[in-house]
Design a protein around this ligand. Structure first.
Ligand SMILES: Cc1ncc(COP(=O)(O)O)c(C=O)c1O
Length: 487
């Protein structure tokens, strides 16, 4: 009898499907036991760690996941396909559907996505609309460095305009001044901290001068402009899936091709070694004429899999990352709502600090009204950010500096960040660039807003892992600091 049970157990263990099922069951149990603190903050779940004010620490952002992501990662690892495959294909399709864009292409980071988006503009496949070395791309001076770095890396010239320190987005009144006839070919900007930039003004400007538009949507997945998702307005847009972002694959990013499918071919080529062939990994002869091409100065019939039409890279992620992403996508609507709710909660709670601190306004809003509403300018446009963070802009009359506030938050273990690189032109890399080549970039105006943000702005988190206790503790700490400093 005992021998029979043992034999059966051994037999089950030899069945891969049963074994995998058991491993995944145990994985889920393990994850519930170990990763309780990473569950969404809006869940009332006992497995969330108890928050202990001043001791636990509140990151400004972190991975938010449950056993679904861990199971997906282990399952994909057991399958061991590894390179971008069926999970990647599903993720790309679902992301594109979410954004209502023609295609999304997975890459290994948001920075890679920006590099690919800018590289794509150099492709000879764009014929007379391709960018040539020395052509100019208008961007903003304050933000994340790898929004701008690809412009220089690809041999183009960034032209910096200023930002409004309250929306953190481009001063679109400077666009015409930045325009250089015959040289300006594109606009590339981020929706800073999730706040959509003035897409109406930027799109009008791009249409008027026949310019490409790249939206860096890395911090803004789920933000709306006139009811339409950001990342679906430009020619190309980009996403980051690094942990602080709206959803995470650990590392990762995406290039979204909004409408023009030529960009799908070009971006994929740059992503995948620069090859002309578009076969998926492990597939041959998708074009049905693998040995029937003649390109460049190659001999007739040279294998299409080894024909290169661009100076490419290899910027693909792993299929395991895509498997995690598919689970994250299911949670995305709740994540987006949580970011909005957390921002509103902080905004209401911190209102009494308004004597010393300014807060962000969504683009086109003119003021915030207690509760959850805004007054809007008369442009007829509105934006609805899915906030990446909650900005605190210390007013010039405040009896404390941003650094003092940041130190206080640090001492209370409240995560806080600068607005990335601040005025990028003041960063050592751009100072050096200007020394090496004074024509490497151009600046419009005095960048007063970018300097202001560099000096006075910081942000705290709105990520979906925040619980009400964490938000309350942040509000109490900042309120207490403002009161204490004003006496
Ligand atoms: C606006 C913006 N663009 C690009 C990136 C780069 O993304 P990644 O860290 O995935 O390279 C970031 C990073 O946070 C970002 O905030």
């Amino acid at each position: 009898m005992i021998q029979e049970v043992l034999d059966n157990l051994i037999k089950t263990d030899e069945n891969p499907a049963v074994l995998k099922h058991r491993i995944l069951e145990l994985t889920r149990r393990y994850s519930r036991l170990v990763h309780g603190g990473n569950r969404p903050g809006y869940e009332t779940n006992e497995s969330r760690k108890i928050f202990s004010p001043g001791e636990s620490g509140i990151p400004y952002a972190a991975r938010v996941f449950n056993e679904d992501e861990v199971e997906a990662a282990v399952s994909s690892t057991l399958d061991f396909w590894l390179t971008l495959g069926s999970e990647g294909e599903k993720f790309e399709k679902q992301l594109a559907e979410f954004l209502s864009v023609k295609r999304s292409l997975l890459v290994n980071s948001g920075s890679s996505a920006n590099l690919l988006a800018v590289s794509a503009l150099s492709s000879p496949k764009l014929r007379d609309r391709r960018l040539l070395p020395g052509d100019e791309i208008i961007t903003v001076a304050a933000g994340f460095p790898t929004t701008v770095a690809p412009i220089v890396q690809c041999g183009f010239v960034p032209v910096f305009i200023d930002i409004d320190p309250v929306t953190l987005n481009a001063r679109t009144d400077q666009l015409e001044e930045a325009y250089n006839p015959g040289k300006t070919k594109a606009v590339l900007m981020a929706h800073t901290l999730g706040n959509p930039f003035d897409l109406s003004a930027v799109q009008d400007f791009c249409r008027k001068h026949n310019l490409w538009l790249i939206e860096d949507n890395c911090d803004a997945l789920g933000s709306l402009y006139d009811g339409q998702l950001t990342g679906s307005f430009g020619d190309i847009s980009t996403q980051s899936f690094y942990p602080p972002h709206h959803l995470t694959l650990g590392e990762g990013g995406a290039v979204n091709v909004v409408d023009n499918m030529l960009f799908k071919v070009i971006v994929e080529s740059f992503r995948d070694w620069g090859r002309d062939c578009w076969c998926a990994s492990g597939v041959d002869n998708t074009c049905c004429k693998r040995f029937g091409w003649q390109m460049g100065d190659l001999p007739e019939g040279y294998d299409h899999k080894f024909i290169y039409s661009h100076l490419g890279y290899n910027l693909k992620p792993l299929d395991i990352q895509a498997a995690i992403g598919l689970q994250q996508l299911k949670k995305l609507p709740d994540f987006i709502q949580a970011r909005v709710d957390n921002w509103n909660y902080l905004r209401n709670g911190l209102n009494e600090c308004s004597d010393f601190i300014d807060f962000c306004l969504p683009t086109h809003a003119t003021s915030w009204n207690p509760g959850e509403s805004f007054s809007w300018d008369n442009s007829g446009h509105q934006s609805n950010p899915s906030w990446f963070g909650f900005m605190l802009l210390v007013k010039p009359n405040a009896p404390f500096s941003k650094i003092e506030l940041a130190r206080q938050l640090d001492s209370k273990k409240i995560g806080n960040r600068m607005l990335f690189g601040g005025n990028l032109v003041r960063q050592p890399v751009f100072v050096q660039l200007a020394k090496d080549n004074p024509d490497a970039f151009r600046v419009v105006g005095d960048l007063e807003g970018s300097d202001r943000v560099m000096k006075d702005a910081m942000f705290i988190g709105t990520y979906p892992g925040m619980t009400r206790e964490m938000l309350d503790y942040q509000i109490e700490t900042i309120q207490g600091f403002c009161q204490c400093q004003s006496h």
